[in-house]
Design a protein. Structure first.
Length: 150
């Protein structure tokens, strides 16, 4: 399941990436660009725009709510899917690239000292080189998951 998200749904795009879904997000893209990408890469379009209509060969989900938890709920409900815990935190929230494990000694200078001392497992983005560890967004992810399930 891959997505392309229109510009008004930046927060939703970020969270789909946290949940491990391949999600393209453009801050500035016309709808025709979005449509072409969705078609070429077999992506589902998520949008708040209600005037888009139906386009054959492309699945479009019109997001109804302004509330993030409700938006995520709607996406998973319509796709009859659920976020999977083991997939979470596998993707860079900025670049959408898949993260890979990185040796602890390589990131010593990139993370705060207390993080280095207390965390054992680190992942990094091959594109922007940003380093992630479990504490980075974990609390909020648990919260969001709870909101989706309840
Ligand atoms: Zn990145």
């Amino acid at each position: 399941m891959k997505f392309v998200v229109t510009k008004e749904l930046g927060k939703l795009a970020k969270w789909l990436r946290i949940f491990g879904f391949d999600t393209i997000y453009f801050k500035e893209a016309t709808f025709s660009t979005v449509l072409i990408i969705a078609f070429q890469e077999d992506r589902i379009i998520l949008t708040r725009n209600t005037k888009i209509g139906v386009h054959s060969g492309v699945r479009i989900i019109t997001i109804k709510s302004n509330n993030l938890a409700e938006q995520l709920n709607q996406v998973f409900r319509e796709l009859k899917s659920k976020p999977q815990k083991e997939k979470m935190f596998s993707r860079c929230i900025l670049c959408n690239e898949e993260l890979s494990h990185i040796a602890k000694e390589k990131i010593k200078k990139k993370v705060p000292e207390y993080v280095y001392k207390t965390q054992s497992s680190f992942v990094a983005c091959p594109e922007c080189k940003r380093v992630y560890w479990q504490g980075t967004h974990w609390g909020k992810v648990e919260e969001a998951l709870h909101a989706i399930r309840s």
